[in-house]
Design a protein around this ligand. Structure first.
Ligand code: APR
Ligand code: PHB
Length: 384
């Protein structure tokens, strides 16, 4: 078998890349180790930056997103006994975010690829990368796929990054001493906007998926299992962390999904080796506090699709050679923003009264100063 671009991973990065290449007349095959059902049900974050929405709409895969996505023009920061709105619409006229589950993006992309005759192989085994320096090929389940280029879109635990010879990549990492417990509940949102809450019991986030379904997160110890969290315990803790302002009552309902997300920052430099290009979580991870993971994956493959277009159209590898450099600026901005939001809103084991007062002082500043609020807002909705 032969294709122009062999893509490993059918997450948002691999699927969108395959679609963007198809629009440019470039062939690809996507190899995914999990089932279609599994990738379509995997619950992840759900905040799309302005530019991410534009990319999906321009690529012709935004119809359902425009119909069902929930546009948001601000977020709420809750701490002490007060709520403060960061009003994107006033600070940055015309820019907003859209709440739309990542697995909905994945479903839309799979549907678009299959409708166009795209080649996605689910449940493939033993994917391995070979001859990355010049004539790359992939093997899987006893088959061989020759390619001009390989895109490693196989997430943090994939096989692409480890296929690069030792000593080529430098990795940068930050671990956090907590995780997030995320749930989906069949209950209408208790507020119109996302609420990021800092309390001495830990962080909590109120989000949503639809007028009938709410999404919540709790800061939890890193070694927690979802089994440690029966529904009553989750609701009690969410109430303790969110019902901190007068007049706010948290509506509760049936919890139908629970999962624990580790929190880490990770970047590999460069994001390429020979004819292998890494995109999305395969190259970098952010803690979910700024909701940047999916948006970074989309930004990477936008750059990669352009570079591949130039490469196949003209034979020039200039843009491909600059791929990593072009992506890493945005990647590091998102690393910093996610780290900053995380340190602003979570409790750390090492917190002392001095540290806590610094945190509150910073929150007071962000909510009182238009300059500071604009900094948060422009990073949150996404830099151009
Ligand atoms: N062979 C084939 N496929 C693999 C392999 C492998 N050895 N290892 C992993 N995969 C698949 C995974 O099953 C997954 O479907 O690669 C895909 C990677 O997809 P994601 O993890 O969704 O990563 P990405 O597409 O980069 O999207 C980034 O998704 O992880 C979230 O929060 C993250 O929002 C971010 C976004
Ligand atoms: C979500 O709705 O899943 C979500 C929202 C905001 C975040 C992270 C996740 O910062």
């Amino acid at each position: 078998m032969r294709t122009q671009v062999g893509i490993i991973g059918a997450g948002p990065a691999g699927l969108l890349l395959s679609h963007l290449l198809h629009l440019r007349g470039i062939s690809s095959v996507v190899l995914e180790k999990r089932s279609r059902d599994h990738v379509e049900r995997r619950v992840r974050a759900g905040v799309l930056e302005h530019g991410t929405v534009d990319t999906l709409v321009q690529a012709g895969v935004g119809a359902r997103l425009l119909r069902e996505g929930l546009p948001h023009h601000g977020i709420e920061l809750r701490y002490g006994a007060e709520s403060h709105r960061i009003a994107f619409d006033q600070l940055l006229p015309g820019r907003s975010i859209t709440v739309y589950g990542q697995q909905e993006v994945v479903k839309d992309l799979i549907a678009a690829r299959l409708a166009a005759g795209g080649d996605i192989r689910f449940e493939v085994t033993d994917v391995a990368l070979h001859a990355l320096e010049d004539r790359p090929y992939l093997t899987f389940g006893g088959e061989r796929l020759d390619c001009d280029v390989i895109a490693g879109c196989d997430g943090f635990h994939g096989v692409s990054r480890p296929a690069v010879p030792d000593g080529v990549l430098t990795t940068y990492e930050r671990a956090y001493p907590f995780a997030w417990l995320g749930i989906l509940a069949r209950v209408p949102p208790s507020a119109e906007e996302l609420i990021y809450a800092r309390t001495d019991r830990g962080f909590a986030l109120h989000s949503m998926r639809s007028p009938e379904v709410s999404r919540f997160y709790l800061q939890v110890p890193p070694d927690t299992s979802a089994d440690d969290w029966p529904d009553e315990r989750i609701w009690a803790e969410l109430k303790a962390r969110l019902e901190t302002v007068p007049g706010f009552t948290l509506a509760t309902g049936e919890i139908f999904d629970k999962g624990v997300t580790p929190m880490r920052g990770f970047v590999t430099e460069p994001m390429q080796y020979g004819r292998l290009y890494l995109a999305g979580d395969a190259a970098h991870i952010v803690p979910p506090t700024g909701a940047k993971g999916l948006n970074l994956a989309v930004a990477d493959v936008r750059v990669l699709a352009e570079a591949l277009d130039a490469f196949f159209a003209t034979g020039s590898a200039d843009l491909l050679d600059g791929y990593s450099r072009a992506c890493l600026k945005r990647v590091w901005r998102a690393q910093h923003f996610s780290w900053w939001m995380t340190t602003l809103l979570h409790t750390f084991d090492t917190d002392d009264d001095y540290g806590r007062r610094l945190q509150v002082s910073h929150l007071d500043y962000v909510t009182a100063s238009e300059a500071a609020a604009t900094t948060l807002a422009e990073n949150y909705v996404g830099l151009p």
